[in-house]
Design a protein around this ligand. Structure first.
Ligand code: URA
Length: 188
């Protein structure tokens, strides 16, 4: 098996995701959103679901939350080839309401993406991403900012970047957890 995004397995998986009709979300999507990032990333960030901008452009985290995430990624010292971004749901849910049922259907895609990417660290962003990767985890605010093991992955949960626009407290927590992530990644 060729790991990363350069082998035929990744191409086949991406095509499968783009053509997926396994749940009702395919009826309302413009396009499925697969991946943005390097071909062999050290760190994979996992969001919840594409929003309107992502649905239109076909890439994860390209709206306001994406700008916050990209700033954070630069702050922790990761370069363009060091990170990757995926979502739990590959298709935008109507009104941006996360669908736990679709998340169950979609989960094998996330598993297969991670198995091919083989990152050193997986960063679930927000409660839904955390639950998808670690169903036993407690609240995101209890566990954000500290590494934990879930199956074969080391997770470093963080708040969803959208939460940083909701309160100054969330923004402070986000910045604090970025410093912890930076030091875990060896950036001091
Ligand atoms: N929020 C997410 O969780 N994912 C995206 O791709 C965009 C916004």
């Amino acid at each position: 098996m060729v790991t990363g995004t350069s082998g035929p397995e990744w191409g086949r998986l991406s095509a499968e995701i783009r053509g997926c009709t396994l749940c009702e979300l395919h009826r309302t999507r413009t396009q499925a959103v697969v991946y943005r990032g390097g071909s062999s990333p050290r760190v994979v960030f996992v969001g919840e679901a594409p929003g309107a901008e992502e649905d239109r452009r076909g890439e994860p985290f390209v709206g306001r939350s994406g700008r916050r995430l990209d700033e954070g990624i630069a702050q922790v010292g990761l370069g363009p080839s060091d990170f990757g971004i995926v979502n739990v749901l590959k298709c935008r849910p109507p009104k941006n309401v996360f669908s736990p049922t679709s998340a169950v259907t979609c989960h094998p895609y996330l598993d297969r993406q991670l198995a091919l990417l083989q990152p050193d660290l997986v960063v679930p962003l927000g409660a839904h991403a955390l639950r998808s990767l670690d169903p036993a985890a407690s609240r995101i605010t209890d566990v954000a900012g500290a590494p934990r093991t879930a199956g074969r992955w080391t997770l470093f949960p963080m708040l969803h970047p959208a939460a940083t626009f909701r309160s100054r407290q969330n923004l402070a927590r986000w910045e604090h957890d970025l410093l912890a992530l930076r030091s875990i990644l060896g950036g001091g």
